[in-house]
Design a protein around this ligand. Structure first.
Ligand code: ATP
Ligand code: MG
Length: 422
């Protein structure tokens, strides 16, 4: 095969097909079903927004804004950005649609996100997230609810046991500012040994140094002051109430006082469900509270809390791919049967069956194709069967054959489907 640019996908993008797509869909559909059970409504916002929406909400110095956004000027001269995440877009939509008039509003989304990153296993430039946002609920119960809903999604996917919930509190703005000062004072003492990147962060976004992946940084960070020692009384109380509610909901966590989220808009609760099974791409579902965000985007001052989960990473964690649907195949024999096969296929499809019927070819060739597609049953339609108003049903797993009256076919097929489920 030639590798002409037109036959190659863009680096960090990926075609989903077959088993991989079934895993992906299973994650999305399970996530969707569980979010709905928790009373969240789906929202689908555009995949691009005015660049301002992200620049303002994520903060000028966040990694996403400084390094990862796909930003371009469109033909009308406007600066547009492919969404790197969807919390900002959902908050923008809450303002646009006036959804803040009936709070709290509980929303979830699913769709592709875009970040210019170094591609690796579980790290793509176009990837998918499913996420929830609970907007307009200031109480710690909301934090516990969104975390518990996330745990439920992981449980329904059979991957909860493969993850650890890490929990922290950044406190309110006052606590966070006090901590920031203490952290900068500490890190200044180690400036020379910090990575060049973290030395930059020291001026602009010191909290980010806490989740640096650089070895030397990590050693310094291990001795850094703990966020939890800087929470004021209110923030401490808030955090305690989140933990009490989680305990009541049987959600288990480990405290990680170094856990910070990459974005500027977080306050109070920060959390991540992480796994050791995906190398450096450990976070599968992550989020926190973002009380200032809606206001930053020009809306009313309403609080919010939510998370986003990486669909590709969850798909990699699934123990097994859901099985492919198995069609039934119709194999006509003879010219009259050819025509008849098409009405039979239509009728069976109307009854809810997935039917494979090749356009042409000898019966043996059609049967081979049916096999390749994983058909469970082949229905042979020849002159004799036509005359008798029957079909010959071959069970392709067992190799058995029987003649079934057309009128009895629906019944016979649903009995077969029942056996398969059992
Ligand atoms: P990481 O530390 O791995 O870069 P992040 O903090 O940038 O993650 P978030 O912005 O919190 O990630 O996004 C939520 C989830 O989306 C992550 O936990 C992860 O599962 C997934 N995710 C983020 N970036 C990517 C990517 N480039 N490719 C695939 N999945 C991703
Ligand atoms: Mg990232």
């Amino acid at each position: 095969m030639s590798s002409a640019p037109t036959a190659r996908p863009v680096r960090g993008t990926h075609d989903l097909f077959g088993e991989e797509l079934r895993r992906h869909r299973h994650v999305a559909e399970t996530g969707r079903a569980i979010c709905e059970r928790w009373g969240y409504q789906e929202i689908a916002t555009p995949i691009f927004e005015h660049t301002e929406v992200f620049a303002r909400s994520l903060g000028d110095v966040s990694d996403i804004v400084t390094k990862e956004m796909y930003t371009f000027t469109d033909r009308g001269g406007e600066s547009i950005t492919l969404r790197p995440e969807n919390t900002a877009g959902v908050c923008r939509a809450v303002i646009t649609l006036g959804l803040y008039q009936q709070l709290p509003v509980k929303l979830f989304y699913f769709g592709p996100m875009f970040r210019y990153e170094r591609p690796q296993k579980g790290r793509l430039r176009q990837f998918h997230q499913i996420g929830i946002e609970c907007i307009g609920a200031p109480e710690p119960l909301a934090d516990a609810e969104v975390i518990a809903a996330g745990a439920h999604v992981l449980e329904a996917l059979g991957v909860l046991e493969a993850t650890t919930l890490e929990l922290n509190s950044l406190g309110d703005l006052e606590s966070r500012a006090r901590y920031r000062d203490a952290l900068v004072r500490y890190l200044e003492g180690h400036r020379a040994r910090l990575s060049p990147e973290s030395r930059l962060r020291l001026e602009r976004n010191p909290l980010r140094i806490l989740d640096s992946k650089d070895e030397a940084d990590r050693a310094i960070v291990a001795e850094a002051p703990s966020l939890l020692d800087y929470l004021n009384a209110e923030s401490r109380d808030f955090y305690e109430r989140v933990k009490e509610a989680l305990a009541r909901l049987d959600v288990r966590w480990v405290e990680n006082p170094r856990l910070v989220r990459g974005l500027d808009y977080y306050t109070h609760t920060a959390f991540e469900f992480t796994t050791t099974r995906l190398g450096a791409q450990g976070a599968v579902l992550a989020g926190g509270r973002y009380d200032g965000l809606v206001k930053t985007l020009g809306g009313p001052d309403v609080p919010g809390v939510g998370w986003a989960a990486g669909v590709e990473r969850l798909a990699l964690l699934l123990a097994a791919a859901p099985p492919a649907p198995r069609p039934l195949a119709i194999v006509p024999i003879g010219e009259r049967a050819e025509a008849e096969a098409w009405t039979l296929a239509r009728d069976l499809r109307r009854e809810g069956h997935a039917v494979e019927l090749a356009f042409e070819g000898k019966p043996s060739k059609r049967l081979k194709r049916a096999d390749r597609l994983g058909a469970r049953v082949a229905l042979f339609l020849g002159e004799d069967e036509l005359a008798r108003g029957t079909v010959k049903l071959r069970d392709l797993d067992r190799g058995t054959e029987e003649e079934v009256a057309r009128a009895a076919l629906a019944n016979r097929l649903s009995r077969l489907a029942g056996e398969e489920r059992a």
